[in-house]
Design a protein around this ligand. Sequence first.
Ligand code: ASP
Length: 333
Amino acid sequence: MLRRMVLVLVASLAPAALAWAQGTPGARALPGGFPDKPVTMIVPFAAGGPTDTVARLVAEAMARDLGSAVIVENVGGAGGTLGASRVASARPDGYSILMHHIGMGTTPSLYRRLPYDPVNGFETVGLVTEVPMTVIARPSIEARDLVSLVALMQREGTKLNLANAGVGAASHLCGLLLQSAAKVQLTTVPYRGTAPAMTDLVGGTVDIMCDQTTNTTEQIKAGSVRAFAVTTRSRLAALPDLPTATEAGLPGFEVSVWHALYTPRRTPDAINERLSKALQAALSDPRVVARFAELGTAPVDLAMATPAAHKTYWMADVAKWRPIIDAAGQYAD
Ligand code: ASP
């Protein structure tokens, strides 16, 4: 069943601290005055990681458009459900927003007992970006390429540690895919996010990880981790020497991680629209576009950065995952 879940994962995914910025004076405000104080953007993973990196870039640029600070707060743990729970129970006034990822598509099926409603607990603001993943390992790993990494995994099995950000995290899903491709199970080590996992990987405390390029590109370039493959159909301009998984010997191993912004249920449409406008301004900001490119990603088409398009995309993802996860019978609880 795990194998089936992973195969469908391939098919379905293939196509596919504190930072604040003061807004510029005179920026537009809603008639109700929104926003007239700082907006808090909750990131459900640790500071310095891939979701956090995307959030801080977007928050700073949104603040310029909103004319108000956007403060990033990290509430990591339990595969992103702690931070999501915080936003679901916040006041629906637009001052608490959530930057989450593909976990919003898998959580409703993976977690059967949550202190919040993972689907109806939120309003949508817009999609942000779809980020490729990379397979990386501690710099001293006894493998030079993906084929020899798979052979090492098969030889060592549970003696090797695979870091992730908890059940339902992108690193968890990608790690499942990798283990399934190698037909082996490693020892899983969950973190509050892949930033602390990266620290341990660089230090050699854990062995292997699969993570978004928004966390791995600079470490790969600096040579502080060993990189084996990128999970896209073609190579990335940001990492031209890194082969695709297909080139490296695992055909069809393609994963990308969508990110999006949410507000608590019953946040007024006008506020979600205003936040969406600010998101679109952020995604059009040349500084954001350039930094995304350096990190191996790009903003979504602006038409997708709207509440309606995001809702349709998200609901399709929830519907896609439910039968896969139910068939696998593997739940977080
Ligand atoms: N990359 C993490 C994940 O596996 C999340 C994060 O730390 O941003 O989902």
